[in-house]
Design a protein around this ligand. Structure first.
Ligand code: MRU
Length: 348
């Protein structure tokens, strides 16, 4: 297991590892309300689809805990506001909305209880979401590991590791499980402009585990593929449409196109909670656009001329036809399409 917690519940508070400060500083920030957690999600203290979902669940639980002595009207009004502010924190990762929906269902199921009982139930539900995520990642890891040969050189984009989940990771979970199974795996990590999740987070996380990782500029991936230096690509996902189209970190689509050009398998590892069967294809996935400051510099450093026009879409959509296989906690869907995904979701 990774030697850090992305999220942890301590004495009625949520602590989140501040991912903006990694890898230089390992620092946990403390949260006591839904509004604070929503700001933490928006500002990228926590990021990665499953981790965002779990943080939002804790945000709801925190709010109920904070309001446990409030009157019925105040409790309901403030809880409704909490759901709203959390849902507005980031638009693309469907795990956020999935987790909020689960929390709302659980709130409804105990609505005749006292506020303190509701709070305890919602805390337990958030903790269940937390541990179920780790279990899903482990299961996904087992299925995905079988797809990697001993000695494989694997490219990944962004961070779909323990930092993007509540532990083990999705894409990096597959790599971790393959290593645990005794395979020798080495990783190429795309730096992942503009927010540098690959350079700052994936590289750090894999080095912590002693898994060989080589950092490359995003622009170097196509060259390495053309030279036969990459055997497989594995990425995570923020939302998978009913037909298997995959929204993931900006740049993923380009990686998939080049992998296809060179006959390199392109795998997507994502839990069932990332599949949004309410939308038919990737065109319907809302794509977040973030601040121009993420493109014109990083932190306090600016490298672009002041006033330049900037676009910063932070996700893109890879069409299902470029996905060799989708790996979930239920198994592997080869060449996913609407029919296969429907059948996959019907299992269990
Ligand atoms: O903007 P981010 O860092 O939240 O984007 C994260 C990604 O794109 C990940 O690849 C995705 O959420 C999968 S995480 C298991």
């Amino acid at each position: 297991m990774a030697g850090f917690d992305t999220l942890r519940w301590r004495d009625g508070r949520l602590e989140m590892l501040d991912q903006r400060a990694l890898p230089s500083v390992v620092n946990y920030l403390t949260y006591t309300s839904a509004a604070e957690v929503a700001a933490g999600i928006r500002d990228m203290v926590v990021r990665g689809a499953p981790a965002i979902g779990c943080a939002a669940a804790y945000g709801v639980a925190l709010e109920a805990h904070r309001l446990r002595a409030a009157n019925v009207h105040e409790f309901k009004t403030s809880m409704d506001a909490a759901f709203k502010i959390l849902a507005a924190s980031r638009p693309t990762a469907v795990n956020l909305f999935w987790a909020l929906e689960r929390m709302r269902e659980h709130w409804r199921s105990v609505s005749s209880s006292t506020q303190a009982q509701v709070a305890n139930h919602l805390i337990a539900t958030a903790q269940d979401i937390h541990s179920a995520d780790i279990a899903a990642n482990r299961s996904m890891g087992g299925f995905g590991a079988a797809l990697l040969r001993d000695g494989a050189r694997v490219l990944t984009h962004c961070n779909a590791g323990a930092l993007a989940t509540t532990g083990h990771g999705t894409a990096l979970g597959v790599i971790r499980s393959a290593v645990e199974a005794g395979k020798s795996i080495s990783v190429f990590a795309d730096e992942t402009r503009p927010f540098l999740q690959g350079a700052r987070l994936t590289a750090w996380e894999l080095m912590q585990d002693g898994i060989p990782v080589t950092l490359i500029a995003d622009n170097a991936a196509a060259f390495l593929m053309s030279r036969g230096e990459i055997d497989a690509v594995i990425v995570g996902a923020d939302r998978v449409a009913a037909n298997g189209d995959v929204a993931n970190k900006i740049g993923t689509y380009g990686v998939a196109v080049v992998a296809n050009r060179h006959g390199i398998p392109f795998y997507v590892a994502a839990p069932i909670s990332t599949i949004d069967s309410s939308i038919t294809n990737g065109k319907e996935i809302p794509i977040e656009e973030r601040s121009e400051n993420e493109v014109t510099g990083y932190g306090a450093i600016r490298w672009a001329p002041a006033g330049v026009a900037v676009r910063n879409p932070v996700f893109d959509v890879t069409p299902a036809e470029l996905v060799t296989a989708l790996i979930t906690e239920r198994g592997v869907v080869h060449a996913p399409d609407t029919a296969k995904l429907k059948a996959h979701l019907a299992v269990n």
